[in-house]
Design a protein around this ligand. Structure first.
Ligand code: FES
Length: 92
């Protein structure tokens, strides 16, 4: 993979930027996410998190099984307006 390859498409973060923060000593996905905003875009990291984890694993020698996946915030998946319009609250 070339270092100018965009890894996080939502936030336009390249592999080079990710490697730079890893080399600065940030060795967790949460740290990388907070520094670069990768994983905070529209897809909420569904496209990029595992790629970043793989880069982190390769650069630090940590096995993939030891890399803690980042905290996700709801909503985890987009839902349609139709689902929302048909939602009935328990308070009604
Ligand atoms: S590709 Fe990284 S948050 Fe969507």
């Amino acid at each position: 993979m070339k270092q100018n390859t965009i890894i996080c498409r939502c936030e336009e973060i390249t592999e080079k930027e990710i490697i730079k923060v890893i080399e600065q000593g940030y060795h967790s996905l949460d740290e990388i996410k907070r520094l670069l905003r990768c994983g905070m875009g529209h897809c909420q990291g569904r496209s990029c998190t595992m790629i970043i984890a793989r880069i982190l694993s390769q650069k630090t020698g940590q096995p993939m099984s030891k890399i803690k996946i980042t905290t996700s915030r709801p909503p985890l998946k987009p839902i349609s307006i139709k689902v929302l319009s048909e939602y009935k609250s328990h308070e009604e």
